[in-house]
Structure formats: C-alpha cells, structure tokens
Design a protein. Structure first.
Ligand SMILES: [Zn+2]
Length: 231
C-alpha cells in the first residue's frame, strides 16, 4: 500500500495481548516500512490466570512488562496503559476522554481496535471489555476527537482536534480487507510468545498459531473490517 503523509498507527486494545493477536502481523509490516506504531491498552490486565498463587499486583506488573516486550519485538514505538479494572470496563465519559486524549496526542492516520459485535462468526462471544473498547474507540474517532468543543480542556494541554483517516477492526463478522503478513509470521509468534503468562502454558503455541492464521491458499492473513473516513 502507499504510505500516507502521516504514517502513524494506533492500536487500541482492551487487554495485554489482544492487539498482538488481532493485528500484530500487519503492525509488524507497517513498523518495518517506517510507520510509527503506538499501542494503548485500556485495562490493567489484572485477570485471567489459573495460577492460584499469583497475586493481583504482580500479575498487573508482569502483563505490562510482557506487553512492552511484545511491542519491542514488533517494532512498536510506544505502549501506554490505562488504569481501568480488567473485566469491569464500561463505556462512559471517562473512557471516552482517555481514548480521545490518546488519539489527539498520537495523531494516527490509522486506528486498529476490536469489532463491537457481541457474537463473532457464531463461534465465540466477544468479551465485554473488547466491546466497550471498540465502541468507545469508534465514538472517539468520530465525532469526538475531531471537534474542539468536545473535551475543550484538552486544548489547554496542547492537544488539538484530530481526524483519523482509517479504522481497522479485528475479530469481525464483516471482513472487507485482508493483509498477507507472511514475511512477519515468525515475528508475530515471537511477539506473542512474550506474553508468557498468557500463552506460556500452551504446548506448541507456534504450530497452533501458524495453522490458525494460514488461509486455504497457503498465505498468512489478518482480516479486518476497514472503514475509510473520507471527510
Ligand atoms: Zn482481551
């Protein structure tokens, strides 16, 4: 694809590892082409371990470190975390404010996030944190971040209104855009394997992942619902 004037992408995910699973291949491709890629993780990652000896603060710290390492492996420029409780994310003004602030700060051409459908491909239920993140992100992109009258206090902090040009939703029922990330398959696996607290227990994770991403014709594809914002 042609590189736009502002080659900046922002991945907005609910939990550590979501953005990597959803878009880690394409993000690695973009980073290798010189794009500045940022990650925003909307919860603190304090849930989802079967380890009864794990304490919550330690889990939060471990998940952060893992996401930071995964981002380094993908060539991502920066990763930020919001302090919202994992498993309890709701879409409210505060979440919208946090996401709008981040969009105005990073000024992305492309935003990646979760699709907001509750049931995906009749095969799994989309986590409520994912849906809250996706819904707040779409509203942040349009119309909230564009208009200086929304969260006008941002102006005082030097955060100007911003128009995102492209949205890519992963785990979608309506894919209309696919990316062949064959050159970055091993990089995506390497990035995901940094999330040892989440994928470390899975035997043969790499084999499982390669099989899952491989299309019938042998290509490795990430599929998105793509929305181009023309105005
Ligand atoms: Zn998640």
């Amino acid at each position: 694809m042609t590189t736009p004037e502002s080659a900046i992408a922002l991945v907005i995910a609910a939990h550590p590892d979501d953005g990597d699973f959803g878009a880690g291949g394409y993000c690695s491709v973009l980073a290798s082409q010189g794009w500045e890629v940022h990650f925003l993780v909307c919860t603190n990652g304090a849930k989802g371990t079967a380890d009864r000896t794990m304490n919550r603060d330690r889990l939060i710290a471990i998940r952060r470190e893992e996401q930071e390492e995964a981002c380094r492996r993908m060539g991502v420029r920066g990763v930020h975390f919001l302090d919202n409780e994992d498993g309890e994310l709701v879409y409210d003004r505060r979440l919208l404010d946090q996401i709008v602030r981040h969009i105005r700060w990073t000024r992305p051409h492309t935003v990646f996030t979760h699709d907001t459908d509750q049931v995906v491909r009749d095969s799994f239920i989309n986590h409520p944190d994912h849906r809250a993140t996706g819904t707040a992100t779409l509203d942040a992109v349009y119309p909230t971040a564009r208009d200086h009258l929304n969260f006008p206090e941002h102006l005082e902090e030097g955060l100007e209104p911003h128009k995102v040009r492209e949205i890519l939703l992963w785990s979608t029922n309506h894919p209309n855009f696919e990316v062949d990330f064959g050159e970055m398959v091993e990089r995506k696996i390497y990035a995901l394997s940094a999330h040892a607290s989440q994928v470390g227990g899975q035997k043969d994770f790499a084999t499982f992942a390669r099989d899952r991403w491989k299309a019938d014709d042998g290509r490795y594809l990430e599929r998105f619902r793509r929305i181009e914002l023309g105005f």
